[in-house]
Each structure stands twice: as C-alpha cells, then as structure tokens.
Design a protein around this ligand. Structure first.
Ligand SMILES: [Zn+2]
Length: 395
C-alpha cells in the first residue's frame, strides 16, 4: 500500500477518533449504547487499517460515521481518497449519498457537487460532469468553489478538444490570473487557427494567431503557424521574419526553425543572408544544427577542409554526436585509401544507430521524450513544455 494512502487513512482515523470522543462528551447518556457500537466500529476499522486492509477499514469508517454537519468534511475526504486511488465509482457512491442529505448547507452542497463532478471526470463521464459543473457555477455564492468549478470545466473542454468553449470559460479572468491557463489559452487559439488553415480561412487563422501572441507573447507555436501561413502563400520574406522571431522567444527552438528558414532563403536565392544569420546564431548559442548547416554551405563553396575546421572548432567546446557523424562524412569525401574508408564506414554504422534511437524532444515538466515536437505533452498534458533536446546526443 502506498505510504501516502496509509498516512491519509491514519489521519482520517485520528479525525474520526477525535470526533467520536468529542461527541461522547456532549451527548446524553441515552445514546450511550449507540455510542458503544460506533466506538467498536471505529476500533474495528483501525484494526483493519493496522493490518493493511485499507478497503475494509474505509468501509467500516464510513458505516461508523453518521452523516451530520460535523462529519460531512470527513465523508468528502474519504470519497476523495477513493478517487485518488483510482476507485472513482466508490467515490461517486459516497458523494451521491452525501448529496441526498437534506441537512446539507448550500455551501456544503456546492462542495459535494464539485467533488462529484471530479469523480465523473475521472470516470470519463464528461456529460454528467459538465452538467454538474454548470449547475455549481449557476448556484454557488462561494468564489473559491466557483474558481475550482471553472478550472475543472476548462480541463473537461480540453479533453473534449472544445477549444472555443475552453476559451469562453477561461477568458478573461483565469487567463489574467493563471500563467498555465494563459499559456494553454494561446495554444487553444493555435488549435482553432489550424482548423481555419485546413478550411482555407487564412485571414481568420491570422487573427487568432495574433490574439494568441497578445495573450502569451512567448507562444512559439503562434509564430511557427504564422510562418507556415506565409510559406503556403509564397511570401517567403514574411515567413523568414516570423521564423526569426522564434529564437527571440526561446533560443532552444533554434534547431526547429533552421530547415524551413534555409528553404525560404534559398527560394529567394539569398544564400548570403542565410549564412550571415547562421554566423550570428552560433555566436550567441552554438547549436550543432546551425553549425552543421553553415558547414554544409562552406563545404560547397570552399571545400572539405574549411567545413572540417569549422565543425572541429565547435566540437572542442560543444561535443555532439551529430557533429562527429558529419566529420566522418567529410573524411569519407576526402579519403581514397580503402582500409581507412572501411574503418570510417564501420564507425559510422555505430553513430547512425545511436542517432536513430535517440529522442529529439523532451517535456521540461515531466521528462516525457519522443521523436516529434508535440505542443501538448501526452504524459503531463501541459502545453508548450516540450522542447528540442540539445547537447551531446541532442538535435
Ligand atoms: Zn510532460
């Protein structure tokens, strides 16, 4: 059993013990027989707990507790405990049982409805969860509960990929107050813009991408999509302008923009400005992707030696597997002696294998890694936290 669950159960047991003790002191003698039953149930529950039988312990505690204004919080907590250990159906039973009590105050009713909505969300019953949350939002007078309900509703619309509805709930208050929601909202606008791009509505897409940047000026994806829009219509100068903004937002994304940037410069037959940009880029941050792109330009114009010199200089301060692999390519171009060529080819087989299996992107939040740039991490579900991996095995 996880330590955290055991600790939570022990705390719940202490709370129940305290409550029973307090009630003992204030209630009349007429109730002493019932009291004895409850106390016995409590000790039976505690015994289950100490024998590491949490399921039976929880059930005994629930039976031992009357539902009244003193114990509602404990019941809610027990329900939540079930949910956090993956038994949301049992949490639903406890919370629905609570909701049927006429003695609940309005605030308690709102709290229980909120927890029930959370249970349904865990069970994937999104319609039922949404109905409850909308009701809580209509009825509650408690700001804390309203905020929690909005947060859950945003989570629910995100799961349903209902981006506009998520925005309607989050704008403007949550977006202003919560950094994570702000970042997510910019991505929801990007999602909508992508739908506009697919349905050939570039003007609407542009409008949404600008709105994304006005909400979160660090949204790399908005500039990436704006560049894509310009590329689709053959406006390469504008494409270059948007692509260049990305490393200004986040330098770690430099490796991602280099290929479309090179293609756009070449479309404009402007290799000179591409070379100048690459020089500037590696002076600020020596990403191996930029070094290799510059080396390829040098190789074509000045030959293998100039390219080898450039890459070797950078590898001395910033080691990189891709850099070594490229140096071997250059050596093959320059070597005619068969045994030496064979040795290089053999070495290259190893670097090729290593390069193929390495992940290229990693989530900065949970560490999930893969070969594709995903704007929402599939593991922790945060937006914009996945970046290119740089360094020895990166890029
Ligand atoms: Zn993640």
């Amino acid at each position: 059993m996880p330590d955290l669950l055991l600790l939570a159960l022990l705390l719940a047991a202490i709370a129940i013990g305290w409550w029973l003790g307090r009630r003992e002191a204030v209630k009349s003698r007429r109730q002493s027989q019932q009291q004895a039953t409850l106390s016995r149930d409590y000790f039976v529950g505690l015994n289950y707990l100490l024998n590491e039988q949490p399921d039976r312990a929880i059930e005994t505690f629930v039976q031992a507790l009357e539902v009244n204004s003193d114990t509602i919080e404990t019941h809610i907590a027990l329900g939540n405990l079930f949910r956090t250990r993956g038994e949301a159906d049992r949490a639903v039973k406890i919370h629905q049982n609570l909701l049927a009590r006429p003695s609940l105050t309005n605030a308690q009713g709102d709290q229980v409805q909120l927890e029930l909505a959370r249970d349904f969300l865990h069970l994937g019953l999104l319609d039922r969860s949404e109905r409850l949350l909308q009701q809580v939002l209509r009825d509650t007078h408690d700001d804390g509960i309203r905020q929690a309900a909005r947060r859950l509703l945003v989570d629910l619309f995100e799961r349903e990929r209902e981006w506009q509805q998520a925005l309607d709930v989050a704008l403007p208050q949550m977006v202003r107050q919560d950094k994570d929601i702000r970042r997510a909202a910019a991505h929801w606008l990007c999602e909508l813009a992508q739908q506009n791009m697919q349905s050939a509505s570039p003007a609407l897409a542009r409008k949404r991408l600008r709105q994304a940047l006005s909400i979160d000026d660090s949204c790399v994806r908005a500039n990436w999509l704006l560049a894509k829009l310009e590329q689709d219509t053959g406006h390469y100068k504008w494409e270059i302008r948007y692509l260049k903004r990305i490393p200004e937002q986040d330098r770690d994304f430099t490796p991602v923009i280099l290929e479309p940037l090179r293609d756009a410069f070449l479309k404009l037959e402007n290799e000179r400005d591409l070379e100048q940009y690459l020089h500037q880029s590696i002076t600020t941050t020596p990403h191996i992707s930029a070094v290799l792109m510059l080396a390829q330009l040098l190789e074509r114009r000045e030959g293998v030696e100039a390219a080898t010199r450039l890459v070797s200089e950078h590898l001395a301060s910033t080691p990189s597997l891709r850099g070594i692999d490229y140096l071997m390519d250059l050596s093959l171009l320059d070597t005619t002696v068969t045994p030496q060529r064979e040795r290089i080819v053999l070495l290259k087989q190893h670097t090729d294998k290593l390069l193929k299996v390495r992940p290229r992107f990693r989530c900065q939040r949970c560490g999930f890694s893969g070969g594709q740039l995903l704007w929402q991490c599939p593991s922790c579900r945060h937006w914009g936290t996945t970046k290119p991996i740089t360094g020895l095995e990166g890029e």
